[in-house]
Design a protein. Structure first.
Length: 133
């Protein structure tokens, strides 16, 4: 599993990385702009992220804007919806709940504090169970 973890708190990124399978390859970004650039670089190098785990409140641009940019980039590059990266918000704000209610893509949320059990449950529900062992 390749994951992009995005949070402006480095400790939060570390905690999330420890909740993923031991063999997960993790990239870290500390703001929204850095997240989108990291996502594009990985895609262009042939090392696409399976999952993007991001906080909602980020410097530069919020998590919803990052999601919009990632989906637009995937669409522009011909990525089929069923092959798009899973996006998991580490927040349960009203804004995220509204976005999830209207999302037709592979997106979910996990309330903070993130735990391995919560993350595994969401990854399984989104079809990444085979990547979360």
């Amino acid at each position: 599993m390749r994951a992009l973890i995005v949070d402006d708190e480095p400790l939060a990124c570390k905690v999330v990385s420890l909740c993923l399978p031991k063999d997960a390859e993790c990239d870290i970004a500390l703001d929204g702009r850095e997240a989108f650039e990291a996502f594009k670089r990985a895609f262009e190098s042939g090392r696409r992220h399976d999952v993007v785990i991001l906080d909602f409140l980020l410097p530069e641009m919020d998590g919803l804007e990052v999601r919009k940019l990632i989906r637009g980039f995937e669409d522009e590059n011909g990525v089929a919806p069923s092959s798009q990266a899973v996006i998991i918000f580490t927040s349960s704000t009203a804004e995220v709940a509204c976005a999830l209610e209207h999302a037709s893509d592979r997106v979910a949320s996990v309330a903070k504090p993130v735990s391995a059990e919560k993350l595994r449950t969401v990854l399984s529900r989104l079809g990444l169970a085979n990547l979360s062992s």
